[in-house]
Ligand binder design. Structure first.
Ligand SMILES: Cc1ncc(COP(=O)(O)O)c(C=O)c1O
Length: 372
């Protein structure tokens, strides 16, 4: 249906699907994409979805058609695959080392590449690679506004890195980038933290402006904070990732309903031998063993069975604790699991089967999977 690197075999009928298999519900996916696109349009934000969640070119095309200005990527592979979905990419990960820089510089000429970074060392490496490749590269200075993961620690540091970027012959200083990963909380709890974030950002923007280096781009945003993005003064661009599929964590935080979760893993009950539990064929190599980043137990939600706890994961075994339900599954019964953290589960799949309810409509390769 849409561009992919490798032709897929014909999609089997739903009943014939071998499990465990990842399913993407197309109407839900399209609804999620439309919702974020509409919010960004209404508030005048450029929307640059993060491809790390889906790693699928067909999904990137869908986001671009809905109005995304380009894509955010975290790895060189994501950049190489997503280059085909739009000529405007932001690498939101410090570009360190020649292996990565060489691959970035080898992206097709028509790609307008920007990179976010937080140190003079990274900046110098990028400047040298861009000069050698005779390629113009945009630079956003990453600021730490509370996540404490990466990002310059003070407005003065941001000015230093921005000045180096502005002075480098093949680099174009563009502005600021931040990721508010520390605000993964329910929207109603975010009012004060967002105000504090906005105030911290104002200090960075003010210092850059005073230094004659105003930030033309201020790139932020996340699934958790999406609907409060307009409360962040000066924000120009929103990078959401998880919202494309949603997951058990975003549902538990009240950021969506379970009916918005577009990605599930179809699994088969393969053992009921141990009393009080059942075993499915989806384990940590399919679902990932990510904790729920909200209140609740277990490694995923069983669609239609809220009383079941997916209490343990071995590599190919998922343990269903049945103590909170009267449901007693038969051997061979199939269930759908919403993973705690969808991005990591997607990364474990070679392909996803695209469905409308229980009708198979396509298969998509997870073309940008892998860690490089
Ligand atoms: C730099 C960056 N931008 C954007 C995102 C998207 O965040 P979310 O998946 O919460 O929407 C992430 C997620 O890890 C990120 O690391």
């Amino acid at each position: 249906m849409l561009n992919r690197a490798v032709p897929e075999p014909a999609a089997p009928a739903f009943a014939a699907l071998e499990t465990p298999v990842a399913l993407v519900d197309l109407p839900r996916l399209e609804r999620n994409v439309a919702r974020t696109a509409e919010y960004c349009r209404a508030h005048g934000f450029a929307w640059r979805p993060h491809a790390k969640t889906h790693k699928i070119l067909a999904v990137a095309h869908l986001q671009r058609r809905a109005g995304a200005v380009g894509l955010t990527v975290a790895t060189a592979r994501e950049a190489e695959v997503m280059a085909a979905a739009g000529a405007d990419l932001l690498l939101a990960h410090p570009p360190f080392g020649s292996a990565r820089l060489d691959r970035l510089m080898a992206l097709p000429d028509e790609v307008r590449l920007s990179v976010a970074l937080d140190s003079a060392e990274s900046l110098r490496g990028l400047a040298e690679a861009a000069r050698a490749a005779r390629r113009r590269v945009g630079v956003l200075v990453e600021a730490d506004l509370g996540t404490r993961r990466a990002g310059v620690q003070s407005p003065a540091c941001a000015v230093d890195v921005a000045r180096l970027a502005a002075d480098a012959p093949w680099l174009d200083y563009r502005g600021l980038m931040f990721y508010a990963g520390h605000l993964r909380m329910r929207p109603e709890q975010q009012r004060e933290p967002i105000a504090a974030l906005s105030a911290a950002l104002a200090e960075f923007r003010g210092a850059l402006e005073d230094a004659g280096l105003p930030a033309e781009v201020v790139s932020g945003g996340s699934t958790a904070t999406l609907l409060r993005s307009h409360e962040v003064a000066g924000l120009t661009e929103v990078r959401t990732g998880t919202d494309v599929f949603h997951d058990r964590t975003t549902a538990a935080l009240g950021l969506c309903s379970e009916d918005d979760c577009a990605y599930t893993v179809l699994a088969t009950v393969v053992s009921t031998a141990v009393p009080g539990q059942a075993v499915i064929d989806a384990g940590s190599k399919t679902l990932s063993k990510e904790e729920l980043r909200a209140e609740g137990r277990g490694y995923g939600a069983l669609v239609g069975h809220p009383g079941v706890v997916l209490s343990g994961l071995y590599e190919e075994h998922g343990i269903l604790d049945l103590s909170g339900t009267d449901w007693r599954p038969r051997l061979g019964e199939r269930v759908r699991v919403i993973p705690n953290h969808v991005c990591v589960s997607v990364h474990l799949q070679e392909r996803v089967v695209v469905v409308r309810g229980e009708e198979v409509v396509d298969q998509w390769e997870v073309g940008a999977r892998g860690r490089f």
